[in-house]
Design a protein around this ligand. Structure first.
Ligand code: MG
Length: 394
């Protein structure tokens, strides 16, 4: 019997198309072109790469965050753009326009940092499913994102590998039967470095991630374990868990992405190779799994070992600070995120030593962590205040 054709392909807007998650998303869309169609792409400022993507996929809606790059692309006009293509506004406005296009079904947000917050909220308000790779958005304004999804009935689909893993392990199970969620951490570039040596860690050292190939911000976050800290906060928001129900464990192989412990003491784990195409495919094709993966599945034909060891909060103070921010609640997670973003940028620019990232974050949390932040406008004000406070500590 011939297979029935899909009634219609799912139409995807990809915000952050030229980054590392963008690359993996394009591979998934290409491999599943019978089910997925790319209709809108946005990037920060890499016009050439964005244009190449738009041409390859016949995309008609483009946006560049950077004003100069957007103006140059618009000026170049029809001679370089795919037929019928439009260049939308620069800045957040253009991202919002793409996220709410009538022809879009699902918006994948893979924008570095928190610039994707307003587009993500706009997408949910317009009833679009949101595939979320930018964890900072949930850390900054988790309650507001959840409320927007609930109001319109749109789905919130995690793209972060650990959260995709938890989503898969708890799907269809009663919330009160989940005792704990344990996220695995590769341990990053400094997994085996003693604390004393971390004082001399360079940018080049921090960017040598053992397992994952990602952008510079998240690779530094992996080296400090701030990435895991942000992910613990993200998990508590996404799955409605108390701080003590969210834990991290170091797992050097990055094959098990989470462990979920249920009330009877049983644990379920999710395993797949350390490639973002697995969680991206899960989010974009959900609730279907698709006929095949983009990357090879794990092979059990040869010996492999899975190791687990406790995460050391003494050596990695950013993990301790994330837990403290989560327990404090209110504005503290947003302050943690803002201070970390500023400190990592300064570290990457050679203006701050590696251990300065935790020092700046701790000082900013001590100063502003107890601020009230119920309204979204108050959260954004605290975010801005934390950024300038952190900058002054550098
Ligand atoms: Mg992750």
């Amino acid at each position: 019997m011939p297979t029935a054709p899909y009634p219609r392909r799912k139409r995807v807007a990809l915000l952050g198309a030229t980054g590392s998650v963008g690359d993996s998303t394009l591979r998934v869309i290409r491999a599943h072109h019978e089910a997925l169609e790319l209709v809108a792409v946005a990037a920060h400022g890499n016009a050439d790469k964005l244009l190449g993507i738009a041409r390859a996929f016949g995309v008609r809606h483009l946006a560049l965050y950077d004003e100069t790059a957007a103006a140059a692309l618009r000026a170049a006009g029809p001679s370089v753009l795919p037929p019928g293509a439009v260049v939308h506004a620069p800045g957040v406005e253009g991202l919002e326009q793409l996220a709410t296009l009538p022809e879009v079904d699902v918006v994948l947000v893979a924008v570095v940092g928190t610039a994707g917050l307003r587009p993500a909220l706009a997408a949910l308000a317009a009833g679009k499913d949101l595939a979320l790779a930018s964890k900072e958005i949930l850390v900054l304004a988790g309650a507001h994102v959840l409320a927007a999804a609930k109001k319109s009935g749109a789905r919130l689909l995690p793209v972060d590998s650990e959260h995709s893993a938890v989503f898969q392990c708890i799907e269809g199970r009663a919330h009160e039967e989940v005792r704990r969620v344990i996220l695995t951490a590769s341990g990053g570039a400094f997994r085996d470095w003693p604390f004393a040596k971390l004082a001399e860690a360079t940018v080049a050292d921090a960017l040598k991630h053992p397992n994952w190939s990602m952008g510079p911000k998240i690779t530094v976050d992996s080296a400090t374990l701030a990435n895991k800290g942000l992910e613990l906060i993200e998990a508590s928001v996404l799955f409605g868990l108390r701080p003590e129900q969210c834990a991290a464990v170091v797992h050097p192989q990055s094959i098990v992405h989470c462990l979920v412990e249920f009330t009877d003491g049983t644990m379920l784990a999710q395993l797949c190779p350390p490639s973002m195409t697995f969680p991206i495919q899960h989010a974009l094709l959900y609730p279907s799994r698709g006929r095949r993966g983009t990357d090879q599945a794990l092979s059990l034909d040869r010996l492999f070992t899975l190791e687990f060891r406790p995460a050391d909060e003494g050596r990695f103070p950013m993990l301790r600070l994330a837990r403290e921010a989560m327990v404090c609640g209110g504005a503290a997670p947003a302050v943690y995120n803002a201070a970390n973003e500023v400190a990592v940028a300064a570290f990457l620019a050679g203006r701050l030593p590696f251990l300065g990232i935790a020092r700046v974050t701790e000082a900013t949390l001590a100063a502003l962590g107890n601020a009230r932040a119920d309204e979204l406008s108050a959260v954004l004000a605290v975010d801005a205040e934390a950024r300038s406070f952190a900058e002054r500590q550098i």
